[in-house]
Write a protein that binds this ligand. Structure first.
Ligand SMILES: [Zn+2]
Length: 192
């Protein structure tokens, strides 16, 4: 129940005080600086879907309960009590009650996940279509041999670096830049 209600990311934000809003979205996992040791290079990996974490420098690993136990330096059963209390989980005759704000939080998280999923679809569409266009342009450029086609060739050469730039931002940019770039690509592809 605790693991279902509280993600590793939420626990890091609520208990450890780590702001994850600027973290790059990756496919399966992402890294942050470990909150448990002096970490120059982010060695704390979070797998959002699996709801597990691991510090590769040896601070530990596990689920959200292990995370809270490690952060407060308490045994797991105390971490469970602490979290159950904070989450308002009351075990009366095996019936669990949760205060409304946690339903709200869970709903909000679900909505954010759905928005992210919708964005991922648009991102993939934009990325692969642009990649195909870049490939086609490169091949066309290579096949241009006649002088008559020089004008077209220069046009392609003007566009290729821009396409490469857009693809770079999609791969390496931060989340805000990726959103902007997807919108730019969509407007280009729609002839806008
Ligand atoms: Zn660590």
């Amino acid at each position: 129940m605790i693991k279902e209600l509280l993600t590793i990311e939420s626990a890091l934000e609520l208990y450890v005080g780590i702001d994850l809003s600027s973290i790059r979205i990756k496919r399966k996992s992402f890294n942050i600086s470990c909150p448990f040791h002096d970490d120059k290079y982010p060695s704390f990996t979070i797998w959002p879907k699996g709801r597990v974490w691991k510090c590769w420098a040896g601070c530990g690993s596990g689920d959200v309960i292990n995370l809270i136990a490690a952060f407060f330096n308490i045994p797991n059963n105390q971490a469970i009590k602490l979290l159950a209390n904070d989450l308002g989980i009351v075990n009366e005759r095996s019936k669990l009650t949760i205060p409304p704000q946690y339903f709200y939080k869970a709903k909000k998280q679900k909505m954010e996940r759905e928005m992210l999923e919708a964005f991922k679809k648009r991102y993939n569409e934009a990325f692969f279509r642009l990649l195909a266009i870049e490939k086609a342009m490169k091949e066309k450029t290579l096949s241009i041999k006649s002088i008559e086609k020089a004008e077209e060739k220069s046009l392609l050469y003007h566009h290729l670096p821009y396409l490469a730039h857009l693809l770079d931002v999609l791969v390496e940019g931060n989340f805000d830049d990726q959103v902007d770039t997807v919108l730019i690509i969509e407007s280009i592809l729609n002839g806008g």
